[in-house]
Design a protein around this ligand. Structure first.
Ligand SMILES: C[S@@+](CC[C@H](N)C(=O)[O-])C[C@H]1O[C@@H](n2cnc3c(N)ncnc32)[C@H](O)[C@@H]1O
Length: 252
């Protein structure tokens, strides 16, 4: 198995592939004020195995196109949606978020939890904007500094990993600059990192290593995740995922 295949294998059976929770998805959804007299068209981009897709399907009147690059995650989502009788509300689509086969103004809502960083926050907003109807909503979670200054180790770590990391005011400015009116912001509580993401992940380490015969590549993946968890526990007061909900303004 390549390192990428191992990484997919490590994450595919998890409930979620990034920090978040049902409560966070519902909180973000509560900022969206759309007439539901007709079924809404929703795209969930970088859906992973679809924890938030299922929540959206259960709590909105509409159809969700759930997009991810990796079919292994989409297969898990298909199993989950079938087992909850939600298969008519969710269509999966294997595609890259930087080359989506969507038409202009096709969607009412574009949702993306913990995934837009793959192409960058601003690049993603610019690319996806055309697919939204005027008055439609973007709901994005994105790694965010939650204080104005922070210790050097964590600053350097994130500036290397994802130089686009910034404060909420900077992210909101990007949304405004690109024709959106922000309607809601909050950041994920620590429980959405630890209880719903890292603790279940820690419980998978042993089984994953055994399944892969304690190979060096498997150990590298576990060590990298452990290091990420250590950094989160040490510096959790300085960063989180910010959740941004913004309405697309009509073109001037
Ligand atoms: C951190 S995970 C978040 C998954 C899910 N939204 C969640 O919160 O549990 C990021 C997701 O983006 C997907 N991804 C990475 N690059 C992608 C791309 N170019 N196009 C579509 N999806 C991509 C990954 O496969 C992964 O499922």
């Amino acid at each position: 198995m390549t390192e990428l295949e191992l990484l997919i294998d490590f994450h595919k059976n998890a409930e979620r592939q990034g920090p978040g929770s049902t409560a966070d998805t519902l909180r973000a959804l509560s900022f969206i004020d759309l007439e539901q007299s007709r079924p809404l068209k929703v795209a969930d981009i970088g859906c992973g195995s679809g924890a938030q897709t299922i929540t959206l399907a259960q709590n909105s009147e509409g159809h969700i196109t759930a997009v991810d690059l990796f079919p292994e995650f989409l297969d898990r989502l298909k199993q989950k949606s079938a087992s909850q009788d939600l298969q008519d509300k969710i269509t999966t689509l294997e595609a890259s978020m930087d080359n989506l086969p969507f038409g202009p103004e096709e969607y009412d809502i574009i949702w993306s939890e913990g995934a837009i960083y793959n192409i960058g926050f601003e690049a993603g907003i610019k690319k996806w904007k055309d697919f939204l109807k005027p008055g439609g909503y973007l709901a994005l979670s994105e790694i965010t500094w939650i204080t104005n200054s922070r210790p050097r180790e964590i600053e350097e770590h994130w500036n290397t990993e994802y130089p686009e990391i910034g404060t909420a005011s900077g992210k909101i400015r990007i949304l405004e600059k690109n024709g959106f009116s922000p309607v809601g912001y909050f950041y994920l509580p620590q429980s959405s990192w630890i209880d719903t993401y890292y603790k279940p992940m820690e419980e998978r380490f042993e089984d994953f290593l055994i399944r892969h015969g304690n190979s060096e590549a498997a150990m590298r993946i576990v060590d990298a995740e452990k290091d990420e968890i250590r950094k989160y526990r040490k510096y959790k007061d300085y960063f989180s995922y910010g959740f941004y909900v913004a309405k697309k303004l009509p073109e001037e």
